[in-house]
Design a protein around this ligand. Structure first.
Ligand SMILES: Cc1cc2nc3c(=O)[nH]c(=O)nc-3n(C[C@H](O)[C@H](O)[C@H](O)COP(=O)(O)O)c2cc1C
Length: 212
């Protein structure tokens, strides 16, 4: 825990590395979101930028419990779980990719829990209502977000993209690319959609170039 605290304490002073970290929030391993993410990451790799990714359902972690210990520690010290490893990746990576399928007009519960756990990267003041800033601001951090759903309208995709975009912007990320994919239901069916796969790869290249 001590080493994690030390790492996080340096989050606002150290510049992130030119590398990209990707996160999928789908409970379907190797499903559509995972495939989208892998293709975005493949675009990053083609630009020779170090990159890594994971599916959140493979990590044991829970949502934020609101203990507020992070206000002082600048890291989540209230929970000790799989997020410790993810925090290191987030801090060190200038580029971030989030991909979620639509579940009930929104991101999945895994993606929501993950985003809530990024709360520890805010600085809160003691006034009311509390003014705040992000440890990640002005570090040139950039992100791509992608969402995929069964139905065919933005209405049916609901808040999925917005639910990733707003918190990332608040944390100090510039969203340099967005991808909305409609009319895909079956597992891995997105593989047949060459245009979308190409677009995903292209977005990865753009992210890599943007953080160089
Ligand atoms: C619990 C659940 C809720 C869903 N809700 C929606 C929805 O609100 N709108 C929609 O268009 N598709 C919805 N879908 C369909 C998925 O978004 C779609 O199958 C997607 O391709 C799954 O991607 P994945 O393979 O990455 O999990 C839902 C699927 C599940 C399992």
């Amino acid at each position: 825990m001590k080493s994690t605290i030390a790492l996080i304490k340096s989050a606002s002073t150290l510049k992130p590395n030119v590398e990209v970290f990707g996160v999928s929030g789908s409970p379907r391993i190797n499903g559509n979101s995972d495939i989208l993410l892998k293709n975005i990451i493949s675009g990053v790799a083609q630009e020779k930028i170090p990159c890594d990714y994971l599916n959140l359902t493979k990590v044991k972690f829970q949502g934020c419990v609101g203990c507020e210990k992070c206000r002082k520690d600048k890291i989540c010290t209230g929970l000790v779980d799989g997020m410790s490893v993810i925090y290191k990746k987030i801090i060190s990576s200038k580029g971030l990719v989030l991909v979620s399928p639509t579940h009930n007009y929104n991101i999945t519960s895994w993606m929501k829990a993950f985003i809530d756990r990024l709360y520890c990267f805010y600085n809160f003041e003691n006034d009311r209502p509390r003014s705040w800033s992000s440890q990640f601001s002005n570090q040139g951090r950039k992100a791509i977000i992608a969402a995929i759903c069964e139905q065919e309208s933005t209405e049916d995709m609901g808040f999925t993209l917005e639910a990733m975009k707003k918190p990332l912007k608040a944390l100090g990320y510039e969203i340099i690319g967005e991808l909305s994919v409609f009319k895909i239901f079956d597992k891995a069916k997105i593989k047949n959609d060459k245009n979308t796969i190409d677009r995903a790869c292209q977005l990865g290249k753009e992210l890599a170039r943007a953080i160089k």
